[in-house]
Design a protein around this ligand. Structure first.
Ligand code: Q9C
Ligand code: ZN
Length: 444
């Protein structure tokens, strides 16, 4: 009867938020592993999971041309690596090195022009035009290391995804940059040059039928909408794309309407694109857990993916200078734990955004421990989800219930919620400013 239980119900009670009432009896991780093994997972009974960790200094070569400060900088990778080393976590993983992606694999996602641009951008002949070219795009910089980094980032996600799909690894983490999920068919954008995750997904589906990957779940928990990835699989039912992001009624980067919950895919892919668009910042573990429990996990259960590719940006983390949300490392660990119940635990994490060095290092460390099978207790302070979160989740469910009948059930109505963050401090500052200006005018 084990198999009839929803995977997300398997979390022990200390993992539950107000949204996820404790379910008894809670099976321990051992039980989960035994079940995974029985289902043919890569990890045999009793054995420690083999977690691939791909880190490569060569992806630090992509940097701003004249050393200007930029949130997406090489220190991000180094800070994560240092933390994983200091915690003794890296040595427990299977060490992997980056490989450049072959152009024919990138071509499944990007135009020949786009590939040529990224290939040539670091060449000497481009020295005088590099900055001018970068300015033609939205939030992009280039230097003489950009080409190599971009090809390595795409190749790295292919590399680890292949090993996980083949069962050589239980799961894997690719510490890559530049990130990928904003990169479009014919255009780098939003700090992203190639769409690393989309390239890896296409590689598994189209180039490696021998691996038996027919259905891929892409989960994008970066604080920004994964616009590039959404477009690439918009009419493809083999790829279920789920993105949870700040939307702020269309005013949050990338500021496009297609990040709204109404964009559900088209043609054969109708129902296979899911956006959970937050109305404002300050979203916490509780809001994300609510989106997991009431949207993502029921759909994942029905979709039953063969592998999960995680567009793992950490810019929704507490302390991030761009995101304005507050997921804790325990929160990320909990979200990841809830995903481990699917696809026999085959999860590939690919780094996307995340710009507070401490936050991304701590969050990734917590996630790595989850993949390694360490027990963890959710210790962050309990928060309540926002009222707006409940509303957004209901809208998403209404939009998608025709395709995923499990979403037709009624949401629990006894959940304690909190009201939207008030911007009273902000208004107060404007008031002072106004008064000072007024005095200035009167006196002068
Ligand atoms: N006013 C990733 O997290 N912000 N990209 C531009 C312009 C760009 C974020 C703001 C944010 C891109 C991968
Ligand atoms: Zn981002």
């Amino acid at each position: 009867v084990q198999s009839s239980r929803l995977p997300h119900r398997d979390a022990p009670p200390q993992f539950s938020t107000p949204l996820c009432p404790p379910v008894s009896p809670p099976p321990g991780r051992g039980d989960r592993r035994r079940r995974m093994a029985a289902a043919g997972a890569a990890t045999p009974v009793g054995a420690a999971p083999r977690v691939g960790l791909l880190y490569d200094d060569r992806m630090c070569a992509h940097a701003t041309p004249d050393g200007e400060k930029h949130p997406e900088n090489p220190e991000r990778l180094r800070a994560i690596r240092r933390k994983l080393d200091a915690e003794g976590v890296a040595s427990r993983c299977v060490d992997m090195k980056a490989k450049e992606a072959k152009e024919k694999y990138i071509a499944s996602v990007h135009t020949p022009n786009h590939i040529k641009l990224i290939r040539d951008i670091s060449s000497k002949e481009y020295d005088y035009r590099r900055n001018k070219t970068a300015r033609k795009f939205n939030s992009i910089y280039f230097n003489e290391g950009s080409s190599e980094s971009a090809f390595l980032a795409a190749g790295s996600v292919i590399e680890v995804a292949e090993k996980v799909a083949a069962g050589e690894l239980s799961s894997a983490i690719a510490l890559v940059r530049p990130p990928g999920h904003h990169a479009e068919h014919n255009e780098p954008m939003g700090f992203c040059l190639f769409n690393n995750v989309a390239i890896a997904a296409n590689y598994l589906l189209n180039e490696r039928p021998d691996l038996g990957i027919n259905k891929i779940l892409i989960v994008d928990w970066d604080v920004h909408h994964g616009n590039g990835t959404q477009k690439m699989f918009y009419s493809d039912p083999r790829v279920l794309f789920f993105s949870v992001h700040r939307f702020d009624y269309g005013s949050f980067y990338p500021c496009e309407g297609d990040a709204s919950h109404c964009f559900i895919g088209e043609g054969a892919g109708e129902g296979y694109n899911i956006n959970v668009p937050w109305e404002h910042g300050k979203c916490s573990d509780a809001d994300y857990v609510a989106a997991w429990d009431h949207v993502l996990l029921p759909i994942a259960e029905a979709f039953d993916p063969d592998i999960i590719l995680l567009s793992a940006g950490f810019d929704a983390a507490m302390g991030d200078p761009l995101g304005g949300c507050c997921i804790t490392p325990d929160g990320y660990a909990l979200l990841l734990t809830k995903l481990l119940g699917f696809a026999k635990g085959r999860i590939v994490m690919a780094l996307e955004g995340g710009y507070n060095l401490k936050s991304i290092a701590n969050s990734l460390c917590a996630c790595t421990k989850v993949l390694l099978g360490d027990n963890f207790t959710y210790n962050s302070p309990r928060m309540q989800p926002f009222e707006s979160t409940w509303r957004v989740i209901q809208m998403v469910r209404d939009e998608l219930k025709a395709y995923w009948p499990v979403l037709s059930s009624k949401l629990p109505d006894n959940v304690p919620l909190r009201s939207a963050p008030s911007y009273i401090e902000v208004n107060f500052i404007f008031l002072i400013f106004f008064l000072v200006t007024l005095c200035w005018d009167l006196l002068g």
